[in-house]
Design a protein around this ligand. Sequence first.
Ligand SMILES: C[S@@+](CC[C@H](N)C(=O)[O-])C[C@H]1O[C@@H](n2cnc3c(N)ncnc32)[C@H](O)[C@@H]1O
Length: 382
Amino acid sequence: MANKKLTEAKNTKNDEFYTQYEDIQREINAYLEYTPDVFKGKTVLLPCDDPEWSNFTRFFAQNFENFGLKKLISTSYAIESKSIKEGYQLTIFEMESPQFDEDKTKTHGKIFTLTRDSNKSGVIDIDDLEWTYLEGDGDFRSDEVKALRDEADIIITNPPFSLFREFLAWIMEADKEFVIIGNMNAITYKEVFPLLMNNKVWLGNGFNAGNAYFRPASANTSEYANGVYDDKTGLVKFRNCCWFTNLDHGRRHQPLSLMTMDDNIKFSKHKEIKNSGYNRYDNYDAIEVPFTDGIPSDYNGIMGVPISFLPKYCPEQFEILGMCENLDLYGLKTRVYTTQECQERYFEIFGKKGTYDLNASGVVNGYKVYQRILIRKKVSDK
Ligand SMILES: C[S@@+](CC[C@H](N)C(=O)[O-])C[C@H]1O[C@@H](n2cnc3c(N)ncnc32)[C@H](O)[C@@H]1O
């Protein structure tokens, strides 16, 4: 129970991180480069935001005319509903607005909309945002925000980390276009992986060198492992974040440049491959490829590759057949370990009684390897 509480606390704490302008710009530019009119005439919803100081709102409001947007809607979550309230400050913008309400601001979310040149300056930009309090607290699951979702064409945000599964399902049930930030681990969730496998969702262009920087609501440095929080910038750095989307972009159509199997065996920089070649799994019909850059270009069978392959996945080059964990679904199993074998291997590894589940994932020479994605070269890729 105590452990569950701790995990919950960690999860909810993780919900208050704010995305950097440069990261949003870099990602959105990738979609614009591929489809210049991707936002033209569209209604964009930015939920789970804090419009007064959100970089998402700032970025899209500033580019409203540039992108040819029809409408921009941005909603925030009420302060009292947030998991972390300290560090959250009301903006002067809100306090000086005629509609400011000291009580409502605690328990109601806010909605900002941009459709017209409300201040008659000659351009539609951030200064034309109009706002009011929502009826409820701005929870994305509320009927009120659901109606905004249904009105929108594209949904873009960094949703609460702890509600990622629910948030993606919320988008998928409405069949909307989207660009959202999530944890790399979400790739393996049973609700997410089939979407990636079937090319209904893919990874976005990505953070610069894989480093995602966020501004945390509270600068309690004891919450972070060494090197995560930077005192000077006030930012945290996460290596395990990525963008999930169903908008197309150029990177996903660039095939990986790979060596043949023979060349890998001769020249690979990985000692696991050089001179020794590729292992086969004991329990299914595929070769184990421990590094994405070690995928042999001329192998036509099934290959188990690391999760880190996914940001480099090009659907014209490879097809995804499954994950080690759902082998039964794909009829790839070649061997089932007995209970006795699983118990013996556990004892051999840990020196005590237990069961090492040799049937649950990829196994090489009787030992489990890390989680693997199963891929095969596309027939059309020569
Ligand atoms: C990771 S932060 C990102 C904030 C902002 N979108 C950004 O990227 O700068 C997620 C936000 O979602 C809010 N939030 C948490 N649970 C929510 C819910 N159920 N509905 C709507 N917003 C929620 C949090 O308070 C937090 O402000």
